[in-house]
Ligand binder design. Sequence first.
Ligand SMILES: [Zn+2]
Length: 260
Amino acid sequence: MLEGLIDTHCHLDFPIFDSDRFEIMCACQDHDIQTIIIPSVCRKDWQKILSLSKQHPMLYPALGLHPCFTDQHHKNDLQQLNQMCANTPSLIAIGEIGLDYWHKNSDKKIQNEYFSEQLDIACHAHLPVLIHARKSHHDVLNALRARPSLNGGIIHAYSGSYEQAKEYLKLGFKLGFGGAFTYPKATRLRALISRLPIEAWVLETDAPDMTPIKHYGEKNSPQYLNEIAHEFTMLYDNTLDDKIIITQLNYNTCEVFPFL
Ligand SMILES: [Zn+2]
């Protein structure tokens, strides 16, 4: 199992990182951040993510079609995804996929079609899933329950209730803890941390979005993951050494991605 921190969700392929991606990866290594999982948004990103992860051993690719961009997806992207699963041994997960009912510009019915098909692809490929769920936990939970052969995964940037969290855990899923939790205003989310067992959580940045409070106004970066980990420790149990908690969070992450 890995010793350093693992960012389970970071869009390091986005063009906003083209000018400083290499410096960021060096800074990550200085901060003991050893592994970064890059989920994709649209099919046009796939090649870039795959070639970045080929060049840099700390990067791991996930391929999928994001629910907020249904206007950019095509039905045959799903066929392509299926083929990519068969031909890409480095693929670590299907993602990011899901349902976003907060984002009004993306048709619900079309989102559900892409989501179901990608869940089926993940079952078939025996890969975990990285899920984006916003105002949609009821439907996401139903879709997961309908597929007992799914290989687990992560509900990224978790925003649901305590009860919904328990349901995800029952299905073998983990919940992503990121920058949104670092804001004192996020009282409901912050209260969830220690109410759930530590086995529930994994770390993420969702960079360049969800900048933690200390860096408010800047673009988010995976190099801030150690600050997010520290914030998690403070919320979970501030009497424990960060290292003990981080080892457990890494263990949780490796349960989702056993070959990390
Ligand atoms: Zn994302």
